[in-house]
Each structure stands twice: as structure tokens, then as C-alpha cells.
Design a protein around this ligand. Structure first.
Ligand code: 0RQ
Length: 497
């Protein structure tokens, strides 16, 4: 670790995780690195959770997005989190959120750093804890496999604790581009016009005085395995590629498309993987998470450049990334999430946004977060940042869930994250509904026809036709008392059928 702490005076601040964790007091606002289970802090939260087990107390935890088992998992297990923002995927934490133990603030990721800076979160940051692969002679911090909100949190925090992770390769140095915008009324345009534009520093600026402790850590990123790419994901991927090829043919996009953005998870990864087998080439990516599929695209010689805020590979993908990092470095860059997810940049460069829905309704509203309208799954993540501002906004979902007991196309979404106004395309394994330029009544017919599972198509058509009659052709026909009856039925009987 001494080699990695290049400022000699800072070496005297190297302490154990327990010593650093002892600094954290009840109700502190603790802001950490981490975006997906990558680049999150591991040693200090593990030690903190052990302390909380003996003397129970809670902190408020702000991160980049989801983190790993040593952070969200460990702290949720000991019920050590009061307020949590802005995204999570950990099962233990999800259970705490849905049982009232945690106040979860699910928000657009691009807004989370500025929300903290504006003072909307109730006070400032008492301590920022960030993972680094090294600290420079000047005290600046070289981040690791994610950037998230780390730069802004370090800037705002009273005190900084740095976890220097010796499992993170030093070749990560130079892969980051760090730029924290000024706040209104002083904010300037973000000068990015293409995904590989460099606008900031390769390190998080930090004065050595601000660093209180440095903690060695040798725990690897505990990334999540990806599932097999199944037939359903393959079908969605091929519908999307057909659509994009048609956009090129119609002259609405250049031959190498526009920058791609894709969400997390198996479906998103399968879609990117589908590009590997397509004829498309010289692709660029402006996204938040860089999953295994991106490495496939680089290996296939189809990706010119990908900008994101986190590497979020599977455990095998992480090994592959580390092994070939010298090659992958030429094609990849990480930025703060307020830049990777910036509405301004997404609108300017014209991203193709591909995100995942839990359910969609017949008019094109999308629920990406809540199960049966009440229970939090993960959170909105960056999907809203991109959905509203993209050149083309695509949502995909399997047409059914839970072995066919749930239709993912419903009369009315039980929760709405993305409104009909944000959604251009809905894709299921059944087909693709192109909603551009259609009114709600036209949309309903296309969504039911193209996307619904055959088991549910007659039920949806029946609802729609009765709603049209009941409302005498209203702009958005609904039978209000029945609109959520499919969800009610599932909760009561275990099936929407
Ligand atoms: O449940 O885990 O109990 O089996 O939801 O669904 O099909 O495995 O899909 O892993 O891609 O996750 C939207 C949650 C999809 C994710 C979501 C149940 C299903 C399963 C997971 P089980 P799958 P994925 C990137 C940008 C946030 C928005 C976004 C997500 C579980 O992609 O969190 O894209 N997105 N943000 O059985 C009830 C339905 C259901 C359902 C699926 N209609 N009703 N349950 N499930 N459909 C994120 C970041 O910004 C970091």
C-alpha cells in the first residue's frame, strides 16, 4: 500500500479499518464511492457493521448507485441505515426498504450529486469514504472501477477516508475523466459533443489535509453473475437491431448509429451482445454501466469508444477486463454520473436509450421500479435521465413474468416512472411497438397487437374496447374502477389470468 500512497506525509495516516470506522458517529451523513458492485468501499463498512452489531446505531448512506455485499449488504443486515439514496439492488437492503426500516430516496442518478450539493438531503456530508487504486503526491485520488458521485462527495465532505484497494490494477489510472459542474447561476455548458471527449482531470482533486484516514483493503469487487442469454432476451435484441437497421435505411441515423446507452441486468447485456452478431460497426456508447457485452463488442472490433460511470461486469467479465486492461483502456472511459447521465449531453449527442421495464401499460407508461405498485425492486437508476432526453427511447421487458402468472403489459401501470410522453418504443419477445407519432388510442392497439403475450391479448383488447365505449372515445380511455384490477387479482389469487 505504501507504493500506492505516493504522498509521503499521507503515509502516516494509514490505519486499520476498525480505527477509521470508529470515527463514524450515529446519524452522520456518510457518502461513499460505488456504482453497481464496483468501486464501492469494503473494509470500512465491514468494520462499521461489526461495531453496529455490538452498539446498534444508524447512519444516512449516500452512494453513487447500488454497492456490494460488504457495504449495503453488511449495513442492512445490522439495520444500520436510516436514509439511503439514490439506487440499490441488494436483497437484504430491499427487504429493509420494504419493511419500513430504511427511508429510501429513489432518484434520477444525474441529480443525486447536485441534490446533496444544493443541501436538499438534510445537512452536508460529514464523511466521504472512497475507494482508490492510488493517491498521488499532491493528495489527489485515483478512483477504481466506478466513479459515481465520488468527486462531488469528496469536494463537499468535511472529512475524507480513502480505502486503497490493492486488488485494483494501477492501469486504471488515466481511464477517468473527472469534471464537477458549477451550480446555478454559475453553471456552464458541459463541453462534450462526442463520447470520447475529455473535459476534466484523471483524478479526484483533494487536498492532503482533508484526508483523515487511509485504509488498506484487499477485497475484490464482488460483482454479480449474469444469467444465460435466453431465447426471450435474444428475441428482444433482434427486434431492436431490426429497428435500428431500419432507422439507418430511412436516413434517421448514420450507418454506425448514434451513441448507445443501455441499462443494467441480463436483458440489457443480451441486447448489447446482439450487436456483436449484427453487421453494425464503428459503434459508440454513452452510458452509465459498462457490462460484459461491451468487452465482446471491443473484441469483435465493433466498438470505437464507450464512456460510462462504472464497469459492471460479471465475475468472469471482471477477470477478463483485468487481463486485457491495456487493450480495453484504449476504448473505455469513466466519468462522474452527473456527466455520464447528463440530460444536457444525452440530448445533444442523441443517445439511443435502452432500459428495462417491470411493466408497461397499453398507453406506453412504464414502471421500472415497483412490484405490484407498492414494493420497491431496485430503483429508477439512470433510466429517467436518458428516457426523457434520448434521440430514441426504448424500453424492453418479457411479455410475462413469474411463469406466465403476470402480464407485463397491463391496462394501467401500478406505478409510473416513465410517462407515455417519454417512451418511443416498447419491446417484448413477442414484438416491437413503435409509438412515435401515435395518439394514446393508436398506441394501445399497437402495444396490444405487437407486445402482449397471446394468453393476455384477448383480455387486454376486451378491456380497451370496453374503455373506449365507456368513455365515448376519450383521449385516454380507461375504466377507472377496473384499471388496476389485474394487479388486485394477482395479489389475491397469485395470477392475473
Ligand atoms: O424477480 O428476482 O424474484 O426472479 O423482477 O426481473 O426479468 O430478471 O430482469 O434483472 O433485467 O431486472 C427492471 C428490475 C429488471 C431492472 C429491472 C421480476 C422478475 C424478477 C427481475 P426475481 P428480470 P432484470 C440502469 C437503468 C431499473 C431501471 C433501469 C432495473 C425481477 O432492470 O432495476 O433500467 N431497472 N435503470 O420475476 C412482477 C412484473 C415483473 C416482475 C419482472 N411485471 N411483475 N415482477 N419481475 N417483471 C440501472 C442503473 O442506473 C444503475
Amino acid at each position: 500500500i505504501r507504493d500506492r500512497v505516493r504522498n509521503k506525509e499521507l503515509q502516516s495516516k494509514i490505519v486499520s479499518a476498525e480505527e477509521a470506522a470508529a470515527y463514524i458517529k450515529p446519524n452522520m451523513n456518510v457518502a461513499t464511492s460505488g456504482f453497481t458492485p464496483s468501486g464501492y468501499v469494503k473494509a470500512v463498512p465491514t468494520a462499521l457493521a461489526k461495531r453496529m452489531e455490538k452498539e446498534p446505531f444508524k447512519i444516512n448512506l449516500w452512494t453513487g448507485a447500488s454497492t456490494g455485499i460488504e457495504e449495503d449488504g453488511a449495513l442492512a443486515k445490522v439495520n444500520g441505515i436510516n436514509v439511503r439514496m439514490p439506487y440499490q439492488t441488494n436483497k437484504e437492503l430491499r427487504n429493509r426498504v420494504n419493511s419500513g426500516d430504511v427511508e429510501y430516496i429513489d432518484m434520477h442518478l444525474s441529480e443525486s450529486a447536485q441534490f446533496a450539493r444544493y443541501g436538499y438531503m438534510g445537512g452536508g456530508i460529514d464523511v466521504a469514504i472512497v475507494e482508490a487504486c492510488a493517491i498521488t503526491e499532491e493528495g489527489n485520488i485515483i478512483p477504481t472501477t466506478s466513479l459515481g458521485n465520488s468527486a462531488s462527495y469528496v469536494q463537499q465532505a468535511d472529512v475524507v477516508i480513502v480505502e486503497v484497494n490493492t486488488t485494483q490494477p494501477l492501469e486504471l489510472e488515466g481511464m477517468h475523466d473527472i469534471y464537477v459542474p458549477l451550480d446555478p447561476p454559475h453553471r456552464l455548458p458541459i463541453p462534450i459533443v462526442k463520447p470520447n471527449d475529455r473535459i476534466g482531470t484523471p483524478y479526484i482533486p483533494c487536498s492532503p489535509d482533508k484526508i483523515k484516514f487511509i485504509v488498506p483493503c484487499d477485497i475484490k469487487d464482488h460483482t454479480r453473475p449474469l444469467g444465460e442469454i435466453d431465447d426471450c432476451a435474444k428475441a428482444m435484441s433482434s427486434h431492436i437491431i431490426e429497428l435500428l437497421n431500419n432507422e439507418i435505411k430511412e436516413g434517421r441515423m448514420p450507418a454506425n448509429l448514434l451513441p448507445l446507452q443501455s441499462g443494467v441486468g441480463n436483458v440489457a447485456n443480451a441486447v448489447i451482445h446482439g450487436f456483436v452478431e449484427s453487421d453494425l460497426k464503428d459503434l459508440s456508447v454513452y452510458t452509465e454501466v459498462i457490462q460484459d457485452g461491451m468487452f465482446d463488442l471491443i473484441d469483435a472490433g465493433k466498438l470505437s469508444f464507450a464512456s460510462g460511470t462504472a464497469f459492471s461486469p460479471s465475475p468472469e467479465g471482471l477477470d477478463r477486463f483485468y487481463k486485457n486492461i491495456k487493450e480495453y483502456r484504449k476504448h473505455l472511459m469513466l466519468r462522474p454520473e452527473e456527466i455520464s447521465n447528463s440530460p444536457e449531453v444525452a440530448r445533444r449527442i442523441g443517445v439511443i436509450a435502452m432500459n428495462t421495464a417491470i411493466e408497461c401499460d397499453i398507453y406506453g407508461n412504464v414502471n421500472s421500479t415497483h412490484i405490484m405498485g407498492t414494493k420497491m425492486m431496485n430503483g429508477i437508476g439512470g433510466s429517467g435521465d436518458f428516457a426523457r432526453n434520448a434521440y430514441l427511447t426504448i424500453f424492453c421487458t418479457g411479455s410475462t413474468a413469474k411463469g406466465g402468472a403476470i402480464s407485463s403489459i397491463v391496462p394501467f401501470c401500478s406505478h409510473i416512472d416513465h410517462t407515455e410522453h417519454d417512451v418511443d418504443i416498447i419491446v417484448t419477445e413477442q414484438g416491437l411497438a413503435d409509438l412515435r407519432g401515435l395518439s394514446p388510442r393508436q398506441r394501445a392497439k399497437v402495444i396490444i397487437e405487437k407486445c402482449a403475450h397471446p394468453d393476455y391479448k384477448p383480455m387486454l383488447l376486451d378491456y380497451y374496447e370496453r374503455a373506449v365505449t365507456a368513455t365515448k372515445n376519450a383521449q385516454t380511455p380507461h375504466i377507472i374502477s377496473e384499471a388496476l384490477s389485474w394487479h388486485e387479482k394477482f395479489v389475491e389469487t397469485g395470477s392475473m389470468k
